[in-house]
Design a protein around this ligand. Structure first.
Ligand SMILES: [Zn+2]
Length: 332
C-alpha cells in the first residue's frame, strides 16, 4: 500500500489532501472521480492512512506506526471499505454505515468510510447515504469513488468535495512500470499503447503473458471480418460484448491496428508501427483501405470506446462498429 509520496501522478489532488490534513481542515465527504485504474483507490487508501497516522509528516502518513500498519493490513477498526455486493451497493450496506457513523471511533478521533463504485448504489441506498451526507457527524469522513459521476444523485455530488483523476501520461506510466516490474522497451510500448492511461491496467498487461496471444487473436478476427455474413458478424459482436473488461483491451488493440495501417499508408516507416512483428499483414491490409475510410474507422472505434462509459447497449455498439469496419474495406 502506497504513501502519498510514493504515488505517481495526481499531484494537485494529493497536495490538496495533504494540506487538508496538515491544516486540520478535512472535508466531511470527498468524491474521487475518474477512469478505472488511474489511482483513485490508491490515493484514497493513502489518504486514509494519513488521516489515521499517529505521527503524520506534512500531511502524509509515516508508514511505520501501528495505525499505518493497521490500514495497510486492512484491519484498522475505524476504516470501513464498502464495495458493491453483487452488482450494486444496497440499502442494507448504507444502513450499516448509518449505525457505525454514530458510534465513537475505537481508536483516535475519526471514522472513515471508503465507498467504491458509488454509481452502483440503488436509489434507496443513495437516498440513505444522502441523509448521512446532509447531517454530518463530527469526526466522520466519507471518501466516495466513481467512474460514472453522471449516474449519481446531483444532491450527493453537491455534498462532496470533488477531486478529478485524469488518465496518467505516458511518462508517468513508464515511470510506474519501471519502478515496479521494470519490463523491456518492447513490453513498455505495448503496455502504454493498450493501457488507456491506466497504470493499473499497464501493470496487468505487462504481467499478463497471454496478452500477445489476445492481440494476435484479435487481429486475426478483425482481418477476417470481410468474409463474414451479417449473422456471423452479429454473433462476433455478441461474443466480444460478453466481457466489458476484455472488450476495452480488444478495442484498444483494434484501434492501434488501424492506426498502424494509417501510419503505414502515410509514411511507409516500419519504425513507427506498434505491431511491427506483423509487418507483412500490415502492408497487405493497408492496400485495401482508402485513407479517408481508415480515418472514419478510427473515429468509430474511439466513439465506441466512449460509449462503453455510458449506458448504451454494448452489443449493439460493437455490431455497428464491426459493420463499419467491414464496409470500410474494398472487397477484392
Ligand atoms: Zn503512521
Amino acid at each position: 500500500m502506497k504513501l502519498f509520496r510514493e504515488i505517481i501522478g495526481h499531484q494537485e489532488n494529493i497536495q490538496l489532501l495533504q494540506n487538508a490534513i496538515s491544516q486540520n481542515q478535512v472535508a466531511h465527504a470527498y468524491l474521487f472521480l475518474g477512469p478505472k485504474g488511474v489511482g483513485k483507490k490508491t490515493t484514497a487508501l493513502a489518504f486514509a492512512r494519513a488521516l489515521f497516522c499517529s505521527c503524520p509528516i506534512g500531511g502524509d502518513a509515516c508508514g511505520r506506526c501501528r495505525c499505518c500498519q493497521q490500514v495497510s493490513e486492512g484491519n484498522h477498526p475505524d476504516l470501513y471499505l464498502i464495495s458493491p455486493t453483487g452488482s450494486s451497493i444496497k440499502i442494507d450496506q448504507v444502513r450499516e454505515i448509518q449505525k457505525k457513523a454514530i458510534i465513537k471511533p475505537y481508536q483516535g478521533q475519526r471514522v472513515t468510510f471508503l465507498l467504491e463504485q458509488v454509481e452502483t448504489m440503488t436509489s434507496e441506498a443513495a437516498n440513505c447515504l444522502l441523509k448521512l451526507l446532509e447531517e454530518p457527524n463530527q469526526g466522520v469522513s466519507f471518501i466516495l469513488l466513481t467512474t460514472q459521476p453522471y449516474a449519481l444523485l446531483p444532491t450527493v455530488i453537491s455534498r462532496c468535495q470533488i477531486l478529478t483523476f485524469r488518465a496518467l501520461s505516458t511518462v508517468e506510466i513508464t515511470r510506474g512500470l519501471k519502478q515496479t516490474l521494470n519490463p523491456g522497451e518492447k513490453e513498455i510500448r505495448l503496455a502504454l499503447a493498450l493501457a488507456g492511461g491506466s497504470l493499473g491496467q499497464a501493470l496487468k498487461i505487462t504481467q499478463d503473458k497471454q496478452l500477445q496471444n489476445i492481440r494476435d487473436e484479435t487481429l486475426i478476427m478483425v482481418c477476417s471480418l470481410k468474409k463474414l455474413t451479417f449473422n456471423e458478424l452479429c454473433q462476433k459482436a455478441e461474443d466480444l460484448a460478453t466481457s466489458k473488461e476484455m472488450l476495452i483491451v480488444r478495442l484498444n488493440i483494434i484501434l492501434l491496428w488501424y492506426r498502424d495501417l494509417l501510419l503505414w499508408q502515410l509514411t511507409g516507416n516500419q519504425e513507427l508501427l506498434l505491431n511491427q512483428d506483423h509487418l507483412s499483414l500490415i502492408t497487405e491490409e493497408a492496400l485495401f483501405y482508402p485513407f479517408n475510410r481508415l480515418l472514419n474507422i478510427i473515429s468509430k472505434i474511439e466513439q465506441t470506446q466512449r460509449y462503453l462509459n455510458t449506458n448504451v447497449n454494448v452489443r449493439l455498439a460493437v455490431e455497428v462498429l464491426l459493420l463499419n469496419i467491414q464496409q470500410g474495406r474494398y472487397n477484392c
